[in-house]
Design a protein. Structure first.
Length: 125
């Protein structure tokens, strides 16, 4: 089988990806982030998450990536982070990043917002 390319994605609970097999590998981005604080009082907290995006999803004259990961645990719960990045943002030397914002799944009676940027693709090249 060839390399897979995600051609359509639905984010959030029960995320589904439609894929096709191609012979061309594209690129991915690493990401690391923290959610914004949620809940008041003694249970006020946030969560951390990290991972690697999907390969390229063509989008207009640019491209985006899919992200689907879990946060860390706090007080016996976690959240899912399921989102599609924004288009590529050039940062020089032929490299780019992607802006990402969204909201986690509802767990333990609350959600968390998040805002972050991916790391550059192929950082050692």
């Amino acid at each position: 089988m060839g390399i897979t390319e995600i051609t359509e994605i639905t984010t959030g609970k029960n995320c589904e990806q439609k894929i096709k097999h191609t012979g061309t590998q594209t690129h991915v981005h690493e990401f690391v982030g923290s959610t914004k604080l949620a809940v008041e009082g003694e249970l006020r907290h946030n969560h951390r998450f990290a991972g690697v995006t999907s390969e390229v999803i063509p989008h207009g004259s640019s491209h985006v990536h899919a992200i689907l990961t879990n946060t860390d645990f706090f007080f016996n719960h976690l959240h899912e982070v399921g989102v599609t990045t924004g288009p590529a943002i050039p940062v020089g030397n032929g490299k780019h990043v992607h802006f990402v914002e969204g909201e986690t799944t509802l767990n333990f009676g609350h959600v968390h917002e998040f805002v972050f940027a991916t790391l550059i693709e192929n950082p050692l090249l």
